[in-house]
Write a protein that binds this ligand. Structure first.
Ligand code: 13P
Length: 250
């Protein structure tokens, strides 16, 4: 059985290191199935703290990275800095960065290339904005523009998260059927660009109001390889339920 990937995206939370430590120790203190790859994406300033307290089983992700390698970019964090902090993954193109921080598709493309170049794994977040939007147009544009200039061998390291913007933080999750068809569409788009062999092995996650109560609906699907979890990843009991739901998958 392939591992399911569960990623906790803490966004701009929690507000102090004590609370970050409480959550991570609560997670690290549990025994989870070997069938789950567990990843925590805290704010940058907690990465080192989390690394020192999460044990070997839990992996680290950053929520963003600068596109440049080094130099005069005030406020930015480079992929190499993240690698040197033992990060394995970087979330790129989250809709909150696209629409609240004005990140363009060109910036996302440069960031993906920088993450690949450093040897880290990008988690490319894509998704349509409104429930009635043209999902084929939105996903095709976002996937193509993000990957332009990256080669097939790099694509072997890519993870894509399908996160419909209307489902994020709203309590209104997608249906599992729709999320699955979006995951298949993403694989088709990647297949058209790089060939079906690369696409078939591409991990595609679902994100958007995932909770302990609905996680299994998504993660239980064959074509959905895990979940990118926001709000519920800060609630210990809720998050543990999600991880257990992923571990019991047949
Ligand atoms: P919620 O789980 O809070 O809806 O957030 C999803 C998300 O944006 C994860 O990246």
């Amino acid at each position: 059985m392939e591992k399911k990937i569960i990623i906790a995206n803490w966004k701009m939370n929690p507000q102090n290191a004590e609370e970050a430590l409480r959550i991570v120790k609560g997670i690290a203190g549990q025994r989870f199935s070997n069938n789950v790859e567990l990843v925590i994406a805290p704010p940058f300033i907690y990465l080192d703290l989390i690394k020192k307290n999460c044990g070997k089983e839990i992996k680290l992700a950053a929520q963003n990275a600068g596109w440049a390698e080094r130099g005069a970019y005030t406020g930015e964090i480079s992929s190499l800095m993240l690698k040197n902090l033992s990060c394995d993954y970087v979330i790129i193109g989250h809709s909150e960065r696209r629409y609240k921080m004005g990140e363009t598709e060109e910036m996302i493309n440069l960031k993906i290339k920088a993450v690949f170049k450093t040897g880290l794994t990008p988690i490319l977040a894509v998704g349509e904005k409104g429930q009635n939007d043209d999902i084929i147009e939105a996903l095709t544009r976002q996937v193509k523009s993000a990957l332009e200039g990256s080669g097939a061998s790099e694509i072997g390291r890519l993870i894509v998260a399908y996160e419909p913007v209307w489902a994020i933080g709203t309590g209104l999750s997608d249906t599992s059927d729709h999320a699955l068809s979006a995951a298949l569409l993403i694989r088709k788009i990647v297949g058209n660009l790089y060939g079906s062999d690369w696409a078939k092995d591409l991990p595609v996650l679902y994100g958007g109001s995932v909770s302990g109560d609905n996680a299994r609906d998504f993660i239980g699907q064959n074509g959905i390889n895990g979940a990118l979890v926001g709000g519920a990843s800060l609630e210990l009991d809720n998050f543990i339920k999600i991880i257990k739901a992923a571990g019991t998958n047949e």
